[in-house]
Design a protein around this ligand. Structure first.
Ligand SMILES: NC(=O)c1ccc[n+]([C@@H]2O[C@H](COP(=O)([O-])OP(=O)(O)OC[C@H]3O[C@@H](n4cnc5c(N)ncnc54)[C@H](O)[C@@H]3O)[C@@H](O)[C@H]2O)c1
Ligand SMILES: [Zn+2]
Length: 380
């Protein structure tokens, strides 16, 4: 069973990834509290609870946990939801003995982590992520938070969980589009840090995309290893942690340009990664052959839905990206599969060229598909 250790100056904990973990959830929580008194509060949404709640409760026996619900969806990642959860906790008599369990995707994980950071000035929590994105990315690393009307994740804190318990069985009910989009973060992990993971994703694409639990467990564990390693070396994003932003500079711009409605985060990251790879190739940093391999894998885990936006608008939107450091935009560009570089001298013109190139590729991709469809129709 893969157990990955994360060690930072502020916290050390294990991330366990396995099929069947939910069956022993209660025992695992008990071990984490090691003899200290505690009361379990599970934060989840009705949709996820309907699918997996029974399995969670079955592990608890007589001492049943309190379950707190929030509605699913990014639009509920707001302070008012947090306040309502905190009020529910207070009503249920939660004090500093409370142990919060985030049972859901990244929205639930980020909000529950933030709630744990501020309820009675801080209580412990455990991440039990249920989406691929949450398992490979958001549950690991201690970033918690909420959105404001002005933008995503503008409020929050660093608060690490006591542990992350990722049961890959729960991915079986995840909509396929969510699975594919989340896998873009695994491709990212391969490109930035782990050539072996990249090649595993190439060789086992059919099994991974079909939801084969063994293949998914391998991919989740390898992706988490990348994130845990990077965060262990740079908890507060002063240097190395920035490499996790590969594909995200333009990715965030694409999400903003499409009002966060048209694409899933992973799809926007996929397009952003294509643009970053194109930029690396234009700069002569990465060979054409490697760049082609990266782009082919991103598209293999698609389809990435096309979107409408002007390239210059996308570039303008990167200017407001909070990842900017003192005016100069850091861009994570590939050198070869498994190795990237943080580049700080990317000009607006270069970015525009990369964005235009990516939009052109998108158009040729979809026209290619329409053409194939028409040919197929005619053949029938
Ligand atoms: N903290 C971090 O470091 C970090 C990193 C990346 C992303 N994030 C955050 O993560 C959030 C996105 O997370 P997400 O992609 O998991 O989205 P999400 O939490 O909105 O979940 C996506 C959808 O899947 C459903 N779902 C969840 N698990 C399911 C399951 N097992 N079966 C069926 N349906 C299921 C949910 O109800 C929801 O409708 C964003 O708010 C983003 O800011 C945080
Ligand atoms: Zn991301």
């Amino acid at each position: 069973m893969p157990v990955i250790a994360l060690k930072t100056p502020s916290a050390s904990y294990d991330i366990t990834i396995a099929s069947g973990l939910l069956k022993t959830l209660s025992q695992r929580l008990k071990r984490l509290k090691a003899g200290k008194p505690y009361r379990v509060f599970i934060v989840t949404s009705p949709e996820i609870w309907k699918l997996w709640g029974k399995r969670v409760l079955a592990s608890f026996g007589k001492e049943q946990p309190t379950v707190l619900f929030l509605p699913a969806g990014e639009r509920h990642k707001r302070l008012r939801t947090l306040e309502s959860l905190a009020e529910q906790m207070a009503e249920a008599g939660a004090d500093r003995d409370a142990l919060l369990v985030a049972f859901g995707g990244g929205v639930i994980g980020d909000l529950t982590g933030f709630l744990a950071a501020i309820y009675m000035r801080g209580v412990p929590y455990v991440q039990v992520p249920t989406t691929l994105l949450a398992q490979v990315d958001s549950s690991v690393g201690g970033k918690t938070g909420s959105n404001l009307a002005a933008g995503k994740n503008l409020i929050g804190s660093f608060h690490h969980p006591l542990a992350v318990l990722a049961d890959t069985d729960v991915l079986a009910t995840l909509p396929k589009a969510e699975l594919r989009a989340g896998l873009q973060e695994s491709i990212k992990a391969g490109v930035i840090y782990d050539a072996k993971l990249f090649s595993y994703l190439e060789r086992n694409a059919d099994a991974v995309l079909a939801g084969d639990v063994k293949a998914l467990t391998h991919v989740v564990a390898a992706s988490v290893r990348v994130k845990a390693d990077v965060v262990s070396k740079d908890e507060r994003e002063n240097g190395l942690r920035m490499i996790l932003n590969y594909g995200h500079t333009l990715g965030h711009a694409i999400e903003a340009a499409t009002n966060y409605k048209q694409l899933l985060h992973g799809e926007a990251v996929g397009w952003g990664s294509i643009a970053a790879t194109g930029l690396g190739w234009m700069r002569g940093m990465v060979s054409e052959k490697e760049a082609e391999k990266i782009i082919a894998l991103i598209l293999r885990y698609g389809p990435l839905r096309p979107f409408r936006a002007r390239a210059d608008k996308l570039v303008a939107l990167t200017g407001s990206d909070k990842k900017n450091r003192s005016g100069s935009l850091s861009f994570v560009l590939p050198k070869k599969i498994g190795v990237v570089e943080i580049v700080r001298d990317v000009t607006k013109d270069e970015m525009l060229a990369a964005a235009e190139w990516m939009m052109a590729l998108m158009k040729s991709e979809s026209s290619l598909k329409t053409k194939t469809k028409t040919v197929k129709k005619k053949a029938r």
